[in-house]
Design a protein around this ligand. Sequence first.
Ligand code: NAD
Length: 298
Amino acid sequence: MEIKNVTILGAGVLGSQIAWQSAFYGFRVTVYDIDDKALEAAEKKHQEYASYFKAKRNASDEAIQNTFARLSYTLNLEEAVKDADITSESVPEVLDIKKDFYRKLADAAPEKTIFTTNSSLMVPSQYAAETGRPEKFLAMHFANPIWDANIAEIMGHPGTDKNIFDEVVTFSKAIGMVPIPLFKEQSGYVINTLLSPLLAAAGNLFFNGVADYKTIDKTWIISTGAKSGPFGIMDLVGMQTMYHVMMLKAKQMNDAEAMKRAEAIKTNFIDKGKMGISSGEGFYKYPNPEYQSPDFLK
Ligand code: NAD
């Protein structure tokens, strides 16, 4: 099947990016959200992305105009999916919300539609049954911002049709992503499976008073040739997400240390408006963080 029509389900941080990127690459995109304020915010973000694409990614005025012409927004789920060849779902990371949402989507969408989820921590088999079409359901997971960190981790569950998997791999390339196919389900995919232990280990060194955060980052940058160290990465991920991850760990594992760290992130960063790169400050100040200066590595 040739994919032409894409529907974005959930127009928050990630959904609005996937919508813009897909429309920029020539697909007709319908953006759906349950909340009219979220749709308005997504439209506003699309104006910002347009300026960014012109300034930083050499996008022509014509390409931007065509992108806007391919985008539409709706609060009506039936309307949103009536012509959809593929959907990309970015509703909140809460199992009951996802399950409930997929039950509604299963009724609303035509039989041909492929469903993909952008869930970060859950795996598709946790709600494949609710989709009513498990063979046409899998994960296509993006990183933030999707045009710079342009991987799309493609992960099926045991009931996903191999041909559908391949179609989604092809689609991800067509919207400018580098596909990362996974052979089996893995919570955290490839990137977060690698990143989580690194960030946790960096947190241990820091909170246990073994070394300061700049020294830890310096060690990593010099010895691996990476562009930033774990604390620079935390700034990129953002303090809100770091806080959520810590709270989840604290609650799920009854982990008092994780709770202490979550509270430290809240008090020292979030309450002070230091959200990471997005707000201009986290551990470091942006746009010119100290770790990018040659002196940092001396
Ligand atoms: P977000 O809170 O910014 O957006 C969620 C959107 O879903 C909101 O606009 C909300 O109004 C809408 N929504 C809530 N219930 C809905 C429903 N029943 N039907 C339709 N829309 C509904 O969240 P986000 O950061 O974009 O994350 C969404 C998903 O994407 C999560 O599964 C998350 O794990 C995943 N994800 C996020 C990131 C990231 O960096 N933020 C990266 C990769 C994947």
